[in-house]
Ligand binder design. Structure first.
Ligand code: OVV
Length: 370
């Protein structure tokens, strides 16, 4: 409805503007000087309100500070880094698929979409085993906190202290095992690319954004493949489609639905004046289904040319962890495609309620072995 209402829509309840068409979302994402991130990418304007936690050095930053932080995380999460973890991620996906096929009926959110990333990502980051139960609650707070000051946001922040304490502690160098993403961030501080004080904030970015995102991406992919059996059949007949099937699920469901920017000057978007200081809310999921950009946008198609979708954003802030996300998606979907004959939804699904994330709280499924 927002997308069809106009190129720019006023949301008077919060005194913000919304863009929900592909062209405008893409344009805002790709003009970071005019539409900045350093005043926060949630509803709250950091120029007027203190953030609920110290601002992210990468997500909530603009060039030139952003550029340095981005270079460090790009390198830590580079193609070369993926090569080193690929075999381990593949083996864990095979084992998970085998265990779930033995069970047959299970909740694909907790036992697959959550369990697989939890079995690989915290180890790849270099976290110790104790306290990992804080990871998902912490991410839940982070993604609820971008939203308006509603019950979801306020309750999440009120209960966040133990999760914040855990995360802050794990970001310290001595709590990160050698060889992991965390230790590699500290190595860049040693090399002088960032300061010692900045390193823990970049570890925090991975703890904030590295798990709930991939979980809801994987959940989206399983939900798509379970609902559209013809697409599951195509994937089974060619498991090398796994990576694109995951990418198309990101387009189709857009697990991260929205982010804001703040106008740094008076600016026109498609002929509509936005005043300096106004928040602009980008509807990534709506852009990803805009019929002006996509053919048959409401169809999940594992062979679609997905490039250009904004589910990972676009421009200088485009998801720095996208290669990790795609690796997890590809490994898990490829294992399932080779080992399972069918995925059926066996009971009604339950939706997740979060101010930013779109996904499910439960997805009961039955797998049949190939
Ligand atoms: C993309 C994203 C989401 C949540 C938190 C962060 C990044 C961060 O940088 O902390």
């Amino acid at each position: 409805m927002l997308r069809e209402a106009g190129p720019v829509v006023q949301l008077r309840r919060w005194d913000v503007y919304a863009v929900a068409r592909y062209a405008e979302v893409h344009a805002v994402l790709n003009d970071p000087a005019t539409f900045c991130s350093s005043r926060g990418i949630g509803l709250s304007d950091f120029a007027k309100e203190k953030p609920w936690r110290p601002a992210s050095l990468i997500l909530e930053a603009d060039p030139p500070a952003h550029t340095r932080a981005r270079a460090v995380l790009s390198r830590v999460l580079s193609p070369a880094a993926m090569k080193q973890i690929r075999d381990g991620f593949a083996a864990a996906a095979e084992a998970k698929a085998d265990a779930l096929l033995a069970k047959r009926s299970f909740d694909a959110i907790t036992e697959l979409a959550e369990a697989y990333p939890l079995s690989v990502f915290p180890d790849a980051l270099g976290l110790k085993p104790e306290g990992r139960e804080h990871l998902l609650p912490y991410a839940g707070v982070v993604f609820n906190a971008f939203g308006p000051p509603n019950e979801l946001r306020q309750t999440a922040i009120e209960r966040s202290a133990p999760h914040q304490a855990y995360v802050q502690e794990q970001c310290q160098r001595e709590n990160l095992t050698p060889g992991g993403f965390g230790a590699r961030i500290y190595a860049r501080a040693d090399a002088g690319e960032i300061t010692a004080a900045e390193a823990p904030l970049l570890v925090r970015a991975l703890l904030s954004a590295g798990l709930d995102t991939t979980i809801n991406g994987l959940g989206a992919a399983i939900y798509c493949l379970a609902r559209f059996p013809d697409q599951w059949a195509r994937l089974r007949s060619d498991p090398s489609l796994a990576r694109n099937a995951f990418e198309e699920a990101i387009r189709f469901e857009s697990p991260v639905q929205t982010f804001f920017r703040t106008a740094t000057r008076d600016v026109d978007i498609s002929g509509h004046r936005i005043r300096e200081g106004k928040k602009v809310l980008m509807f990534l999921g709506a852009a990803n289904r805009d019929p002006r950009r996509w053919e048959l946008p409401d169809q999940y198609d594992v062979t679609r040319r997905t490039s250009g979708h904004v589910g990972f954003g676009s421009g200088i802030h485009m998801c720095v962890g996208q290669l990790v996300a795609r690796l997890e998606g590809e490994m898990m979907l490829s294992a399932l495609a080779r080992k399972a004959a069918s995925i059926e939804i066996s009971e009604p699904v339950k939706r997740l309620y979060n101010n930013t994330l779109r996904g499910l709280d439960s997805l009961p499924v039955t797998l049949k072995p190939a």
